[in-house]
Design a protein around this ligand. Structure first.
Ligand SMILES: [Zn+2]
Length: 97
C-alpha cells in the first residue's frame, strides 16, 4: 500500500488582462507600459518608465496593448518617438489595471 500523494492541484488562474508591460526598444528595460486615458477623448499612452520614451495613440477598442506596443516599436524605428525626461503635467494618466 503506497501513500497517496495529491500532486495535481487545480490552479486558480485569475482572469486578468493581458500583460501590459513590454521591453523598451531604446533602453532595453522591461518597463514599457500601455495605459488608456479615459478623458473626453480616449487615448492610449505607451511609455517607458525607465528612459521616458513615449508614444501616444488613438484608443481603439479592438486593439490589445501589444498592438499599441508594436506601433510604438514601429514609430521608434521610424524615429518618431521622443524621450521625455522631465515630468509634465500628466498626473491624470491612470494605469488601468
Ligand atoms: Zn526605455
Amino acid at each position: 500500500m503506497g501513500r497517496r500523494r495529491k500532486r495535481s492541484r487545480p490552479r486558480l488562474v485569475p482572469k486578468r488582462k493581458l500583460p501590459t508591460v513590454f521591453q523598451c526598444p531604446a533602453c532595453g528595460a522591461t518597463a514599457v507600459s500601455v495605459s488608456v486615458l479615459k478623458g473626453k477623448e480616449k487615448k492610449v499612452i505607451v511609455t517607458c518608465a525607465n528612459c521616458g520614451l513615449r508614444g501616444e495613440y488613438e484608443y481603439n477598442q479592438y486593439l490589445h496593448p501589444v498592438d499599441y506596443f508594436s506601433r510604438f516599436l514601429d514609430d521608434y524605428e521610424a524615429g518618431k518617438l521622443t524621450v521625455i525626461s522631465k515630468h509634465e503635467d500628466e498626473n491624470n494618466a491612470e494605469n488601468e489595471g
